[in-house]
Design a protein around this ligand. Structure first.
Ligand SMILES: Nc1ncnc2c1ncn2[C@@H]1O[C@H](COP(=O)(O)OP(=O)(O)OP(=O)(O)O)[C@@H](O)[C@H]1O
Ligand SMILES: [Mg+2]
Length: 227
């Protein structure tokens, strides 16, 4: 096993709020990690720091040996586009674009030709059981379908890491289960590292490891072995 993401001494404050208060974390390549903890404990802040969306006030994050906290914003966004996929709770699809057009966006941003991007996007929608939904607008999709489109869009660039912030949080339990199993199947098949925030212990049980964030710090659980 090799460490893909290494965080050391992460601290982040928003005004008077200490969101992260010294986090050390290693995530292995291909590992599926569930991040749990109370509301406001710092889970999203941690995810944003690991993904280079937000810079910590102090501490470092390296991904594949690159210290991303030392990169310029431009380089960090280029790295995010190439190496990372993101899935959020809801509301992330562009409402005026069809499902397939939504999925092409990261490819077009990466410079791929539209025709090729459309083919790739349809392939990922098929893999997520969404061939019928491809030409529909997000408003015409169920919540579970919309989340699967968002997952297709996050995976279409074949990222090395998928970051998911409560990807099934807005869904009923059956839809959540379907979305989760589809995402995990693809992630496991591709060897993608997955860092997934969830409030649901049943969702977390799909992970290789659960970590708990409390008051901006990691609480070791008996499944946390690697530091
Ligand atoms: N951009 C911001 N500006 C101000 N305060 C923020 C910001 N982002 C986070 N915080 C604060 O930092 C703390 C941690 O927030 P964070 O969003 O990381 O928690 P969380 O564990 O993801 O919570 P939830 O489960 O509710 O999503 C909270 O007190 C929050 O209010
Ligand atoms: Mg959050």
């Amino acid at each position: 096993m090799t460490v893909l993401i290494q965080a050391r001494g992460l601290r982040k404050s928003f005004g008077p709020t200490d969101a992260l208060r010294g986090i050390d974390l290693d995530i292995q390549r291909g590992e599926v990690v569930a991040v749990m903890g109370p509301s406001g404990s710092g889970k999203s802040s941690l995810l944003h720091c690991l993904a280079g969306v937000v810079l910590p006030d102090s501490g470092t994050v390296s991904v594949g040996g690159t210290v991303i906290t030392a990169l310029s914003e431009a380089r960090r966004s280029a790295l995010r586009l190439k190496e990372f996929g993101f899935v959020f709770q809801f509301g992330q699809l562009l409402p005026d674009l069809t499902a397939v057009d939504n999925v092409t966006i990261p490819l077009l941003l990466g410079g791929m030709k539209r025709r090729q991007a459309l083919t790739a996007a349809r392939g990922w929608l098929d893999r997520l059981g969404l061939e019928v939904a491809a030409d529909q607008l997000p408003g015409e999709l169920s919540g579970g379908e919309a989340q699967r489109v968002a997952i297709a869009r996050a995976l279409v660039t074949q990222p090395s890491v998928l970051f998911a912030d409560e990807p099934t949080g807005s869904l009923d339990s059956l839809a959540a289960e379907n979305v989760l199993t589809a995402m995990l199947e693809l992630v496991r098949k591709a060897g993608t590292t997955l860092v997934m925030i969830t409030h649901d212990p049943r969702t977390a049980a799909y992970a290789d490891r659960e970590i708990i964030v409390r008051d901006g710090q990691l609480a070791a659980t008996d499944r946390v072995g690697i530091k």
